[in-house]
Design a protein around this ligand. Sequence first.
Ligand SMILES: [Zn+2]
Length: 257
Amino acid sequence: MFGPRRCAMTVTATFRFYAELNDFLALERRGRDFACRCARAATTKHMIEALGVPHTEVELLLVDGESVGFDRVLRDGERVAVYPQCESLDVTPLLRVRNHALRVTRFVADAHLGGLAHLLRMTGFDTLYDNNIHDDEIERLAATQGRIVLTRDRDLLKRRGITHGCYVRALRSELQLHEVFDRLDLARSARPFTRCLRCNTPLRAVDKAQIEARLPPRVRERHERFTVCDGCAGIFWEGTHWQRMRRLVESLGAAVA
Ligand SMILES: [Zn+2]
C-alpha cells in the first residue's frame, strides 16, 4: 500500500556529468547517462551534491538543453547535463550557474594546504591559512570576506555559505599551485614577492641602511635589495630560496617585477 504513495514523493531524472566532474561520482555512474530518483521539490544543487559533486566545481547546468541555475526544481523525466569550468567549452550565450565573479581574488585554505597557502602568498595572493582552522571558520571567512575556499575536502565545499571554491586534486604543493593558477587563470594578476609567506602581510621595500644591523654578515656583504614585513618583522632578500621560487613563478607564466 505504500508503493504508489512513495512514487508520488519522488521524480526520476537522468544525469550526465562531464570531464573531471566524473572523478567525484561512483564508478558505475562515470561518463554515461544514469537515472536517479529525486525527492519531489529537490533542486539541481541538492541532487548534484547528493551524487557527490560539490557545487563549487560546476560551471554550467543544462536541463533538457536549457541552461538553469542551482535553484531549479527537477521534474519527472528531465535530463540534467552538468559541466565543469572548461576553457575549451564555449558557453558564453548560456547562463552560467555563478554569474558574479569575486571582485578581488583572495583565498582561505583549509588546514591541510599549508604548502599551497605559502606559495600563493609568494605569488602575491592574499591567502588565509592556519593549521588549527575549523570548517565553520573557513565558511565564515569565505562568506564575509568573499574568499575562495581551497580544499581537498568535498564536503566542506558543499556548505551553504561557500559560493566560490576550488577542489584541489594534486597532492604536492607546487603542482597544486599550477592547478589553481590554471583553473582560475591567475598568471596575469600575480604579484610575486610582494607578500609575506609567513603571515600574509604585504611587504614593503626598505633601505639597506635601516636594517643593516639585523643582517647576518654574509647577507650584508652580498645583497642590496630588501623588503620587510610589518606583520612579523621579517626581512627578505633575494637569496637561494628566492631564486628557487623565482623559477617556480616563471614556470607559471607570471612576471617577476
Ligand atoms: Zn610577516
